[in-house]
Design a protein around this ligand. Structure first.
Ligand SMILES: N[C@@H](CCC(=O)N[C@@H](CS)C(=O)NCC(=O)O)C(=O)O
Length: 278
């Protein structure tokens, strides 16, 4: 691992690292915020998954999460949103290819050579974080838009792994909306039965009640993608049917931008802290 940047921030450290990923078959960067070491026990980790077009730096520089993470003693880990590098397949649009990995394992050419963000996030990155930093085994996960989808499927597919999950403006039903349909047909192929394993509405409807974890979603009602791409009410309906403990908050006047996330990230950190620091 190579340290690319380090900054003091709220008495903690904001770092950016480069490492070779065996799973993704390319070099990756991630950012991490390490709170001040004021606690006797190793701090828990909140993974943050970003949306379309983002790198590990959008959340780091725009959300303003570090002050409260420092206060609570939570490590923030921000991975990139896709494999990277000249050898990695890409597409013209902002919603497919680099910056748009959708946190799944691609099965179709040319994507399957590198696009395995699910395995990277499930196995390789947590193992790296555990081995290179002083952290506890407790973790939670959150994200925005495509990253909200990623956080929800990570939690739904890995019962017992996360204490809690939250999302801002998540793509909850990718199999049924244009962003998801474009990405899933490219990465997974046209057999839509394979898509269900990557769709949080389908996963929640198939979940076992003992696997449910506290879930918080914030959605701005002035979000330009709400009607066509997001529709969090569909996940709220799945939660109602299964008894999943989901709180969906609709925030009046907020859009899809990081100004929305900056406004509510403190709530999400304190929400996760209730379970992470138990
Ligand atoms: N209008 C954007 C659509 C993509 C978008 O809104 N991306 C969101 C995530 S879905 C984002 O976080 N963008 C980067 C940022 O705001 O820093 C574009 O065409 O690039």
């Amino acid at each position: 691992m190579e340290l690319l940047e380090e900054h003091r921030c709220f008495e903690g450290r904001q770092q950016r690292w480069r490492h070779d990923s065996a799973v993704l078959n390319c070099t990756m960067t991630f950012s991490i915020f390490l709170p001040p070491a004021h606690l006797t026990t190793p701090p828990p980790v909140l993974y943050w998954l970003s949306g379309l077009t983002c790198t590990d730096e959008n959340f780091t520089t725009k959300a303003g999460a570090q002050r409260v993470a420092a206060e609570l003693g939570i490590v923030l880990v921000m991975p990139d949103t896709s494999p990277r590098g000249e050898d990695v397949a890409d597409a013209d649009g902002y919603d497919l290819g680099k910056g748009a990995g959708f946190y799944l394992n691609a099965t179709e050419q040319p994507w399957s050579a590198h696009y395995r963000m699910y395995d990277y996030l499930r196995d390789e990155l947590p193992a790296l974080i555990q081995s290179q930093f002083t952290v506890s085994g407790r973790c939670a996960i959150s994200g925005h838009s495509m990253g909200g989808h990623g956080a929800l499927i990570m939690a739904l597919k890995n019962p017992g792994r996360f204490t809690s999950v939250s999302a801002f403006a998540p793509i909850v039903n990718p199999a049924q909306v244009p962003w998801g349909q474009k990405a899933f047909s490219a990465y997974l192929g046209n057999d839509t039965s394979t898509w269900q394993a990557w769709d949080s509405c389908a996963l929640m409807l198939a979940s076992q009640s003992q696997d449910a974890i506290p879930t918080l979603i914030d959605q701005g009602d002035a979000d330009q993608f709400l009607a066509d791409q997001l529709q969090p009410a569909r996940l709220a309906e799945a939660a109602r049917q299964t008894g999943w403990p989901l709180t969906l908050r609709v925030q009046p006047g907020y859009d899809h931008s990081y100004y929305f996330m900056a406004s509510f990230i403190e709530d999400h950190l304190r929400f996760h802290a209730q379970y992470l620091l138990k």
